[in-house]
Design a binder for this molecule. Sequence first.
Ligand code: 13P
Length: 248
Amino acid sequence: MRQSLVMGNWKMNGSRSESQALAQAIVDGLNAGDQGIAVCVPFVYLSDVRGIIESTPVALGAQNVADQEKGAFTGEISAAMLKDCGCTYALVGHSERRTCYGDTDQSVAARFCQAQKQGIVPVLCIGETLEEREQDKTFAVIDEQLNAVIDMAGIEALANSVIAYEPVWAIGTGKTATDEQAQEVHKYIRGLIAEKNQDIADKIQILYGGSVKPDNAKALFAMPDIDGGLIGGASLDAESFLSIYRSV
Ligand code: 13P
């Protein structure tokens, strides 16, 4: 039985005080024994949020990590810095990074490796665009994005990672993949990993992301290969986020 994980991705939203209030409201809504919950916070608020969620079950995550270790890379944030700020997780390869900021399969794989070097669990985001889905290229895109990481990091590295399947056409659009559409791709991803290592495939958490809301979370999370979610918009409201968390 895999431990489920529900992770909020706050993206570029909120102020310092709003981030603190959101973190506090999430903590206040937890019950004894809760686990498998995390928030990916804007870099500049990581330390503030850390102060609130430290010694609670809520784990801290960053939304990106540099593909280099250190040095003259103005504006970048290294994995060591994230570790220093108390991060457990870092997203790598979010579609918004790939689309708007030119992250390539190669740089995503390098980010994945940098995170792991510092003991941070990379959350590898993969998924197809609408155009790719309509051209029946979904599985080819998944192959390419996943294999770039396996080629650079090795299959064993996936043991300490999380995968998030986020169909680009479902992100922030209100269009969710149906339970069956999501399950089909999750099963495919697990199968790809199983071809190389069955044990890792059985254990790896594969999250679904893309317009997960309190009213569709339960059905998605009931699918056998969906181990939780990566939640954007609905994670900005503690009540919605906790309701999604309770659906897993
Ligand atoms: P939405 O939940 O807003 O669609 O965002 C999903 C996402 O991109 C999470 O990383």
